[in-house]
Design a protein around this ligand. Structure first.
Ligand code: IMP
Ligand code: MG
Length: 177
């Protein structure tokens, strides 16, 4: 059990389970992009750990870049996506893999896909560690998905509760009162 700002969280997905799943996603990406030079575009802050482990598990040279958007406040998605750091890399004609920690309502991802499509990449695929299918309000395909989870709040392995807990090496879920 772990306490963050007076809320209790319990272990949910262990580091071992995460890394096993990440390795299997890495194998799929290696096969799919064997003769290509994909650009991994991670969404900060939440995906920093997933991005590091996923790309380290891939046995080929790939491009790495980051953008920063925010839509969450505390425990809830605001639905309003704010762009804090834009794209610094040239995307035109490239094979892009968006790397996300979690797709919840899908609003952030829908925003990102729209924004990227205007820059004419050759292809766009999504790698997301987590998906909450029951919260999803948008329609897109996640080609590389770690885990589907029910609609409860999680922290750790990149994910935060009000700015804390991103450093935890496994995923915890909020303890219901
Ligand atoms: P969406 O736009 O509603 O899909 O929200 C996606 C973003 O909200 C993710 O990139 C996370 O940063 C954040 N988020 C969604 N669910 C959780 C959660 O359970 N814990 C922590 N952050 C979350
Ligand atoms: Mg995020």
């Amino acid at each position: 059990m772990i306490k963050i700002k007076e809320r209790l969280f319990e272990p949910y997905i262990s580091e071992h389970e995460i890394l096993e799943r990440v390795a299997s996603l890495a194998r799929n990406i290696e096969n799919d992009y064997a003769s290509k030079e994909p650009l991994f575009l991670a969404v900060l802050n939440g995906s920093f750990m997933f991005m590091a482990d996923l790309t380290k598990a891939i046995n080929m040279a790939v491009g790495i870049s980051f953008i920063k958007i925010a839509s969450y406040q505390g425990l809830h998605s605001t639905g309003n996506v704010k762009e804090m750091i834009g794209i610094t890399e040239s995307v035109e004609g490239r094979d892009i893999i968006i790397v996300e920690d979690i797709v919840d309502s899908g609003k952030s991802m829908a925003y990102l896909l729209k924004m990227l499509q205007r820059l004419h990449p050759k292809s766009i695929e999504i790698a997301s560690l987590l998906l909450k299918p029951t919260s999803l309000r948008e329609n897109f395909h996640i080609k590389y998905l770690g885990f589907e989870i029910p609609d409860f709040f999680v922290v750790g392995y990149g994910l935060d509760f009000d700015g804390f807990g991103r450093n935890l090496n496994q995923i915890y879920r909020i303890l219901q009162k």
